[in-house]
Design a protein around this ligand. Structure first.
Ligand code: HEM
Length: 151
């Protein structure tokens, strides 16, 4: 369930979203339409956490996407840096070590495996060939020992 409440966004003095509100139930399909530049993509990026917004709240299954503790745009940037560096560069990862970032979260082996399964589903959905999938998983696999802290 997605709950968009009074979301507004400005780029400097320019307002791109003006108090947008709607709810989308599980399984419901909603079309966002409007002229070019009316903020359609911006609104959707605010919902999936790829863009910060200025006012309002977005809840996805009750979790606040824009809350300071969530900061999905930062997590996304760090993941891109990390995979880019791990696959030969030229980016440099600027986040915390995997041990420091996941310390105290009590992540189990099953949680890690669930992430890998979700990742494989996404890679298949976007037609990423088996060889490249293997390369990515070979980068992520060795991180397991620093991420999983509970058996
Ligand atoms: C190979 C698998 C994984 C990779 C590459 C990865 C990568 C990352 C990165 C780059 C960060 C940000 C570090 C920073 O803030 O400086 C992070 C944070 C985080 N990860 Fe992971 N992660 C993985 C697996 C998992 C799993 C399995 C879980 C939980 C089920 C998890 C939960 C979290 C949480 C909750 C944070 C935020 C911690 C905070 O902000 O205090 N991660 N991860």
């Amino acid at each position: 369930m997605i709950d968009i409440k009074e979301v507004s966004k400005w780029y400097g003095p320019f307002q791109v979203l003006n108090r947008c509100s709607t709810t989308v139930a599980k399984g419901e399909v909603v079309v966002v339409c409007g002229p070019s530049g009316s903020g359609k993509s911006t609104l959707i990026k605010c919902v999936n956490g790829l863009e910060p917004f200025t006012q309002g709240e977005v809840l996805v299954d009750g979790i606040s996407v824009g809350a300071p503790g969530t900061n999905l745009p930062r997590l996304r940037r760090l993941l891109v840096e990390q995979i880019c560096q791990g696959s030969g560069g030229p980016c440099r990862y600027s986040g915390r070590s995997m041990r420091a970032a996941h310390r105290g979260l009590g992540i189990r082996g099953g949680d890690f495996n669930a992430l890998v399964e979700d990742l494989k589903k996404s890679l298949n959905k976007f037609g990423v060939p088996a060889r490249e999938q293997g390369e990515l998983l070979a980068i992520l696999g060795p991180m397991k020992r620093d991420i999983v802290t509970r058996s």
